[in-house]
Design a protein around this ligand. Sequence first.
Ligand code: 76R
Length: 286
Amino acid sequence: MQPATHGSSAPAEEVSLEPSKGWHVTHAFYTFDRSRLAALGPAEREEGARQFAAALDPAAPGAPRRLQSWIVAGHKADFGVVAMDPAPLVVEGVHQRLLAGPLGPALVPTYSFVSLTEVSEYVPTVEQYATRLVEEGEIAGSPSHQAKVRGYASREDAMRRARMEPDLPPWPNACFYPMNKKREVGENWFTLPFTERSRLMAEHGRTGMSFGGRVTQLITVSVGLDDWEWGVTLWARRPDFLKEIVYTMRFDEASARYAEFGPFYTGYVAPAAEILTHCRVSGARG
Ligand code: 76R
């Protein structure tokens, strides 16, 4: 076997870092080191702000397919970045551009999370959806059952695409946290039969759907890639919706019995210039 080096003649697909489906995702969080910032001269700061904004500009050449920055609440970070692209080095390039700029020495990375987009195995197929409707009281084959199934079938492709190549909702508030499903004797998610996991996730999905128009989720998978199994990114129209959905879900069996959560990061979507002004790195605010 030939070593997979640059310039190897192996066909591109054999050495590609791009997943066969879906995108790489990194969430990265930073604080500013104030003493390092204070040591920068005004010209360096100005050039630093320019390069910082270029690194976080979703429209810049070479930017990942999706790029969003947040002002982060509390002491865990000053700001956060969510980057998604089929090419992992394009995703990671954002972090390196931030560090390589004049503000780089004043940036302290505080947390990162590496994952991939996926369609959960519990998203029902059209057939499973049809059965589920009957279990919920629809009469099999009735006009209303058929209409619902047809509606689901026509949305299914777009739904799956939206999970693999997600658009970011235009909402101002976001949060991120990693989670696991428990693996304890007597409470091991991974030893439950698929039908039972599906039942629990259907209950979870119903709760989620009741927040339609207020909260959207992006579930990315990190099994084998990072310290937790999934990353949960939520966007909401208002911060209290985040509190409400997470609280409500704590009572769903899938969360109440089986979920374990890592640190929560809460943020407000903001372009680079606003982050710098808010953090008193540049701009007019005193
Ligand atoms: O994809 C779908 O919309 C179908 C239904 C659905 C699935 C399969 C769904 C709906 N989720 C699914 C999978 Mn979800 N989700 C979380 C959390 O805080 C907690 O208690 C848990 C964190 C929230 C808040 C949330 C919200 N969901 C998953 C999975 C993958 C499990 C696997 O594959 O094993 C996880 C880890 C997870 C966790 N869920 C929804 C929501 C919301 C708002 C919805 C409605 C659909 C949407 O807005 O996207």
